[in-house]
Write a protein that binds this ligand. Sequence first.
Ligand code: ADP
Length: 489
Amino acid sequence: MSKTNSFSLHFETDWKYADAPESRDHIDLKEQYELFINGQFQKCSSAKYFDSINPANETFLAKIAEANREDIDQAVKSAKSALAQWQKLQAKERAKYIFRIARLIQERAREFSVIETLDGGKPIKESRDIDIPLAAAHFFYYAGWADKLEYAFPGKSVKPIGVVAQIIPWNFPLLMAAWKIAPAIACGNTVVLKPAETTSLTALKLAELIQDAGLPPGVVNIVTGAGETGAELVNHPDIDKIAFTGSTEVGKLIQKSVAGRNVKTTLELGGKAANIIFKDAPIEQAVEGIINGIFFNQGHVCCAGSRLFIEESIEKEVLEKLKWRLETLSVGDPMDKNTDIGAINSKQQLDTIKKYIKIAKEEGLKGFESNQSIPKKGFYCKPTIFTGVSQSSRLAQEEIFGPVLVVQTFRTIDEVIEKANNTPYGLSAGVWTDKGSKAFNLSSRLKAGVVWANTFNKFDPTSPFGGFKESGFGREGGLQGLDAYLKMD
Ligand code: ADP
């Protein structure tokens, strides 16, 4: 469990908001992207391509290749044949490649940030200050471990697992690629990674960067496509490990498909985090944490603080402050440096969010949304808060993955712990209090992989991340993140 206090994640980059270009004309974006297999870009055997669009205005960005069984087979074969050469290298030589990738991400941070925002809809200030610097930080961190694995696990003999299939979601495209690729190759494995179909572009940019870094061909392969492509990868007989981040529904399918196979698996799935505020909390700071907890990245965050529990005696004060703060959030063009809430990643996800807002209305829940207007074109959702939500409401139980907060109240610690733990998920939680003892008590009794105290949504490569229950199993980040990619005797 990580019990951190606020600390800064702001890494220095070489550009400022004012420089942010407004369109694809200023960045190196191709009309069409192919599959990255064995160190080269190659056409897909299906000859099928799908469009990646900008969710902020529904304009076309690029055509993306759809990999089929034949392509996946080639990618896995390429990863398999690269294993021997990659493992023969001295660990410190492997580390050099990974350091090089980290440095190149930093050098191209501006381009990565712009593409991430155009392709996924997240505010440019988040791509710039969080996603891209953290992606580089993950490569730096695991490059550092590559030649120190025997010190990471003293007394054990460690070996790479082999060919790793990695499937990632659309909410943190480059960052998730870094979370997966960096520890895998630092441990001597080779990789086939599939990004999500709505956000393939930064992974494909990373493929170009990997070419520039001179990484031996086949060590990292990047294949694009949707669920069917992912299923082909998961079911390929020559993979030795699967690392998946995505929905609980697909996580369950993957677990079924590996049953009886010798495939080590880690799953990072959905969440429905409780963010708990006590009357002794620093209220202003807590309100900021609540806003960040749910509205960061439009609420497309598996560990988002989507359930707020307020101690009854401060309910009125907290709700008033939240309402005021909601109105100050600027919703709109993600490329605008002042935007707090950008575009919803896809029409499909917007429909899901709207479905839950409709359910809330049918359940008779009271709510309020920001009065700000939103752009007519593109996929947008005003930040919304529902109050007086009961434990049995679908809004309190199911993951919405959007800018929708549900509010409940409590009187005692036992009551709030019981309510907080009463969902199928167990990924993260937050506690706001002035009392250290209370924070420690809750962090051990909340069934959540990460419990933040007086902060929320803080990520760092040194810190393990992962869930309990239907939020999955296995940890990413820190030493635990290495363990997932090693065999140990
Ligand atoms: P969401 O519902 O939020 O889009 P998903 O779990 O469907 O989340 O998607 C996460 C990732 O899993 C994406 O890269 C997607 O293409 C992939 N995926 C979807 N279905 C399958 C499947 N049956 N097998 C493997 N990967 C899949």
